[in-house]
Design a binder for this molecule. Structure first.
Ligand code: MN
Length: 254
């Protein structure tokens, strides 16, 4: 019998290596292969696809909550994937996972999310990648449904792979999994509501408390389906070209 190696699964997040979410993702991923956790050493939510270019990155051996070995990086989620790819892995991963994020990454959250960007960076580097987020923000949320949704998509991707340039973005409500549906990103935005205050030195400061606004509703849209209590998987891409508009204007003289 051929001595085939188990798949190598690289795991990252944006809430830091010590969060319950990455712990939960690690537990479920371990059923499918060998795991390697390389994640930010601190909270990096909403850093988007930012990378570190003017300060050095350090990779430190740490233990996760359960005692599993991990590597913590003093950088962003995208930094973690880039550094893992170039320096920190003995072999190339068969799959990259990011999450489980504490908080939804549906709708416009996708563009701000560090969790999604870790997965997107993996896609850019040529690895199949899945981001997983829980719609509930709390650190004590029941992540069992997110784990189940992650397991189904891990199985799917290990078997079928993903087309070049495509990342999967999974969101699930807290609690047991009801349903897992293919969806599209719902048009949505934050209407900023900065709370203005005054610091002890009498200087004004502002704290974002933006309100999420859903601009469309439909049975194939991530935010709507999540609101129905179901889990979603949205195929996303980093190619930001507006292809339909390009086709409209490509022969227009400018
Ligand atoms: Mn986060």
């Amino acid at each position: 019998m051929a001595n085939r190696k188990k798949p190598l699964i690289l795991i990252c997040n944006d809430d830091g290596f010590y969060s319950p979410g990455i712990q939960a993702l690690t537990e479920i991923a371990a059923k499918f292969g060998d795991i390697k956790v390389i994640a930010p050493d601190r909270q990096q939510s909403a850093v988007g696809h930012s990378i570190t270019i003017s300060t050095p990155l350090r990779a430190n051996k740490v233990k996760m909550q359960s005692g599993i070995d991990a590597i913590a990086i003093n950088g962003t989620p995208a930094d973690c994937i880039k550094l893992a790819h170039d320096k920190l892995l003995d072999r190339k991963p068969d799959l990259v996972l990011s999450g489980i994020n504490h908080g939804s990454n549906a709708g416009i959250n996708i563009i701000y999310s560090g969790t999604v960007s870790a997965a997107t960076e993996a896609t850019i580097l040529g690895y199949p990648a899945i981001a997983v987020s829980c719609a509930e923000f709390g650190e004590d949320a029941d992540l069992s449904g997110c784990q189940e949704a992650a397991a189904r998509m891990i199985e799917y991707v290990l078997k079928n792979g993903l087309p070049k340039g495509i990342t999967l973005n999974v969101n699930a409500p807290a609690g047991p999994l009801k349903d897992l549906i293919w969806t599209k990103q719902a048009d949505s935005r934050y209407v900023e509501e900065y709370d203005g205050r005054v610091d002890p030195f009498n200087r004004p400061y502002y704290w974002m408390t933006g309100k999420f606004e859903l601009l469309e509703n439909g049975n194939d849209l991530d935010v709507s389906v999540l609101d129905q209590g179901k889990a979603t998987v949205t195929p996303i891409q980093y190619d930001l070209t507006a292809h339909a508009f390009f086709d409209m204007v490509k022969t227009v003289k400018i």
